[in-house]
Design a protein around this ligand. Sequence first.
Ligand code: C2E
Ligand code: CA
Ligand code: CA
Length: 697
Amino acid sequence: MGAESKNEPIPMKTPFQLEHRLGHRILRWVLSVTLISGILLGTMQIILDARRVSDELDDHAAQTMALVKDAATQAVFSIDNELARQVVEGLFEQNGMRFASITHPNGEALATKTRALKEPYYRPATDLIFDAERSYHSPLIRSADPEIVFGDLELTYDTANVAASWLERACLTFISGIAQAVILGLALCLVYHLLLTRPLLRIIHSLTKVNPDHPDDKLLALPRTHERDELGLWVNATNNLLVAIAENQQKHREAEEKVTRLSRYDNLTGLPSRETLLGFLNSAIEDDRRNKQILSVFCCGIDDFRSANDQYGYQTGDKILRTVADRLSEQRDGSHLIAGRLGGDQFVVIEKHLRDDYQAAATAEWLLQVFSRPIRIDDRQVFITGTIGIALFPPDGSGADKLLQRAEQTMTLAKRTGGNQFQFYVASVDLQIRERKKLEQDLALALPGGQFHLVYQPQIHLESQRIIGAEALLRWNHPERGLVPPDEFIPLAELNGTIVEIGQWVLEQACWRAALWAANGNPIRIAVNLSAIQLRQDTIVEKVLETLKRHAIPPGRLELEVTETSFMENLDDAVAKLKRLRSAGITIAVDDFGTGYSSLTYLKRMPVQHLKIDKQFIRDLLVNEDDTRIANTIIDLGKSLNLSVIAEGVETAEQEFYLRQRGCELAQGYYFSKPLLPEDFEKFVVSFHRKIIAHNT
Ligand code: C2E
Ligand code: CA
Ligand code: CA
């Protein structure tokens, strides 16, 4: 066999063609052999029979002659024609007799008789074997004088009769021989089919079901009743082979996996190596490009790792690296971190799905802690620190290589200016984030340091021109920077959760103020902004109600302003809490309405009473068509849902006039007053109402 043909697959569909089946080949062979042997044996039998038949004919003639010999001798001896004739007639009683004569020695016939030769159709064939007729003669002698021949007896037989019965037997022998051969062949075939072909086909069928990738998944089914014969042995042997192949494949796969693991993952720490990490980074970049999110690459180096190695030895150095790697692999709650090792003392962490760069700074702080937490090795504590360079996608590059390179570069720079810190690739971003970080640290001191106070902005009922409420707004007087706008510090407080504490302080202050004003005969409704983070607190409802109670404020005097985003995250939870607040009598207002989802579905579910049109739509009211249309729509929506609408940021008389005649119920803005310190607010209320009265009279 040629070398090429060794691995050629055997076509699986053709073997089941009928003429190729083993059963049919067996049938052909068995039939040929039994037929040939039947024919040979039959022919032999027929030949022997023919020999026997012709011998019998001769015997029969000899007996007949012996029987009539005495009577015939008597007839020639006494020249008795009558006797001779009777003998001849007697001989002709026999069916096959063709010719009989009794003659004197001189040839003169005493009696003679002839019958015509029969002419059956088989004659030409049988005459070849038996001849057409057979003649016998015998000298007629008396026992008294045996030397004298008195005459001659001659007989001739027609062979047609014996040939006929011989032929009949020959045909029968022949036909039964063939029939036997055919029956034997068919029976053999059937047995073969039942015992071999059928179970074999079943085995072949289950063999085609074997999965080459996992050959032991579906082993061959053992054909029933063949458990102990050659087929059963064959199936068992094949199954053993399949299992062995599967085991081999498994070992092979494991070896392959080990090889790829070794090449793709760092040997010491088990973290992804640089190449693998670049792959992860590329797909993470694609992810965030699609989601329009920010991705951050942190390159982290251990500060002065070489001296740690020198001081503690290389084994300890390895343990330090492994500990850092283990800590990096532990996921931080709610973040999407992937860690890898670049080699030496350098690690990389990728963080996906960031909202802003400030979140990256929070992760960097967490990473610094990962390094600075004491490491226990044997009986001693080892202290190290890390330095982190940060590159952001998309601002700092769009390719994995570039981002990684920039993060590394930034880390090297940061190490030069001292360790245990993080640095962003772009200097201005770094500065800005550093400032925010500083502000966040300062914010922690604001509440205990008494740096907060509240200002109040009046809310005016447009039709009656009366002040019916005030929005409490938070102010932070920073010891160095002076007043910091809430838009700058509230998001920071929301990020680190301190808004919960700050918000409670605001509520406390506002209630205290409301109680004071009410006691002074000015029972005004106070609107307090409630952050999404506050609303998420499990105890928020109890806290609000408890505060009201403590200051003896009727719940109707408090309005809580919530933004759409704050209840969209967990609608059911928010609805449940707001419903409880509402049923206690507190008014709920949707702040910044129109800037978020503004969906009718949630408005219908929400227990709200007020919609606050955001100031961005009021600013360009009557200038920008879109803004005017949005303001109108919100006013109409409020009317149809039976909600009061408050316009905030009203700065001009035109805006106030338009809103009033358009049917907006309440307004708030610099046109009336900026947010005021409490004492100024009190004065403002008095002067505003006096002005209105004067104007009306
Ligand atoms: P806000 O709730 O939409 O508050 C209205 C903001 O618009 C206030 O800014 C207010 O001073 C300003 N404003 C009022 N009238 C006018 C006007 O006619 N023209 C213009 N251009 N602006 C006007 P502020 O006090 O700087 O507050 C900014 C945001 O900070 C607030 O937006 C609110 O979201 C948040 N905030 C303020 N105090 C608190 C608080 O105590 N708790 C919480 N959670 N958030 C607060
Ligand atoms: Ca507000
Ligand atoms: Ca607003």
